[in-house]
Design a protein around this ligand. Structure first.
Ligand code: GLC
Length: 522
């Protein structure tokens, strides 16, 4: 580091890029949705790239929520304390513990501050979002930046995920522009979902140490949109599929951010998520009644029987079984399945649905499961093991999402030999090939409109192909089993696919950051 100035190029040639991620969720430590899986899988995959690409381990900062998963026995844990600017303290600072441990090939760094994170939930309770979320996540971001400063090592890229990391994009230029570690760092912002903005109205700005009219990224006359802050403040922005990236530029999908996204031009890109194929592998999945592979599908029949028996259904009934798993959120289209259910049940389908979240979306499934317990099962909880059994044991998997930045369920279903039935939107459109439109080349069934009728029609197409397969003498050569095998062969590997795309994005962000900063002072 040159005295008083910024380092010209932060990393030694050949050492690779040093990366720190800020994300509010990371599997298996803290999860409410797909964000957690993606952050974990990307951090792992970056750690497995050829030597010299990444200066590992990647740092992943996470708030230390209540009830976080325990570290495995024998994990070496390092604790430190950083002094963090805290607008809510009379002295203006809080001392915050950073608990770091290398796990799964990355360095997890927990921001430990019970007043902020030791609560019943991550984001809010029955009354809605916590009123001090701007403080909580602002503090989290500043603690992460202070921890990086305390390391004293340059960091090339700070990778922000969703609105909870947005404050970091504000603080970098507002508070750390001359800091030798944070100032030169490039920022990449990944949008996993445009529906959540972390809106912070003017009366709450003090929680971030900000005032109306500060002119920071994401700010307007009424307050600060923390998602927009990340978008405007980062050097490069991406979302998690090319399809959703294109949709996000339109008013129908942009959730009010399409204008700012359009203004980024080629600094806004889509990178399709991968799937952690070591975590999701029917050949080694210990939860399953039997392992299976594309070449030996017998185990899949045992998984089906096991799933049905566990849910009080008749395993001998050959009729099609439709699985669906997800957050009970209007995005996911559970209501479409609920509306379609009477027709589907009338046509011989059985349903196994798992989800938790909005109670009003659960009501119809509770009622259906109560009325027809042998035909509808509703698992109203977040049950990792049952989810795996559904992916493996159902005959088809529904994802009627109204919008879907990427989606993971359809990729898992493909890998577990369960053809997905999906709405043509976002990442679903990018990952599932419709068998009716491309006979012999498809991997699932795609429908055009987010309606119950369109979902039913796609289910009918799936049921017909499946019935043909069951009727053939050699079931292993039917069009249905070929469809299953093609789906299982789709390669979503992070290490060879998505992680290298992120490395390219990091390199571009570094170049953009370098170009946008005034020349290094002598
Ligand atoms: C969000 C999106 C989902 C995406 C996930 C991970 O949960 O809704 O589509 O797969 O983030 O990027």
């Amino acid at each position: 580091v040159r005295p008083g100035g910024c380092p010209a190029r932060t990393t030694m040639p050949g050492m690779g890029i040093r990366i720190a991620m800020l994300a509010a969720e990371c599997e298996p430590w803290a999860k409410t949705g797909g964000l957690a899986d993606v952050v974990d899988a990307l951090a792992r995959a970056l750690g497995r790239l050829p030597a010299g690409v990444v200066d590992g381990p990647v740092d992943v900062f996470l708030p230390r929520y209540r009830g976080l998963a325990e570290f495995p026995d024998g994990t070496e844990v390092v604790e430190s304390v950083v002094r963090v600017p805290d607008p809510r303290r009379p002295a203006g600072v809080s001392d915050i513990r950073i608990v770091s441990a290398e796990v799964n090939g990355y360095r997890l760094r927990l921001v430990d501050h019970p007043a902020a994170y030791d609560r019943a939930a991550f984001y809010g309770d029955a009354g809605g979002d916590y009123a001090d979320n701007a403080w909580r996540f602002g503090l989290y971001c500043r603690a992460a930046l202070e921890a990086l400063r305390a390391d004293g090592r340059p960091v090339d890229v700070i990778h922000l995920h969703d609105w909870q990391a947005g404050p970091a994009a504000i603080f970098r230029d507002l508070r750390y522009a001359d800091d030798p570690v944070i100032g030169p760092a490039a920022m990449v912002m990944t949008l996993h979902n445009l529906a959540y903005h972390g809106w912070t109205g003017n009366p709450a700005l003090s929680q971030l140490g900000l005032r109306p009219g500060d002119g920071v990224p994401g700010q307007n006359a009424d307050g600060v949109d923390l998602l927009a802050a990340g978008i405007e403040g980062a050097d490069l922005v991406n979302t998690v599929s090319p399809g959703y990236a294109a949709e996000a530029l339109t008013p129908a999908f942009g959730m009010g951010l399409d204008g700012v996204l359009r203004s980024l031009g080629d600094r806004f890109i889509g990178i399709l998520n991968g799937l952690d194929t070591t975590v999701w592998d029917p050949a080694t999945d210990e939860v399953l009644a039997a392992p299976f592979t594309a070449d030996a599908l017998d185990g899949k029949a045992r998984c089906r029987a096991d799933l049905l028996a566990r849910n009080g259904m008749d395993p001998a009934d050959d009729g099609p079984v439709l699985g669906m798993i997800g957050r009970l959120d209007p995005q996911k289209g559970f209501d479409l399945l609920a509306d379609a259910a009477p027709t589907l049940l009338g046509r011989g389908w059985r349903l196994i649905v798992q989800g938790s979240g909005h109670p009003e979306l659960a009501d119809p499934f509770r009622a259906l499961a109560h009325a027809e317990p042998s035909r509808v099962a509703f698992v109203e909880r977040f049950d990792r093991a049952m989810a795996r059994r559904i992916y493996a044991g159902a005959d088809a998997f529904a994802m009627p999402s109204r919008f879907e930045p990427c989606g993971q369920g359809q990729m898992i279903a493909l890998r577990y030999g369960t053809p997905p039935i999906v709405h043509r939107t976002g990442g679903l459109a990018d990952t599932v090939v419709d068998e009716t439109q491309a006979p012999g080349a498809g991997t699932g069934f795609v429908f055009e409109e987010a309606t119950a009728a369109a979902l039913i029609e796609a289910c009918e197409r799936a049921a017909a192909l499946r019935a043909d397969g069951l009727a053939t003498t050699d079931r292993t050569t039917s069009a249905w089993s070929s469809l299953i095998r093609r789906g299982m062969a789709v390669d979503f590997d992070w290490v060879t696919g998505s992680a290298p795309r992120y490395v390219e994005a990091y390199q571009r962000a570094i170049a953009l950051r370098t170009a946008s900063r005034p020349a290094t002072r002598p």
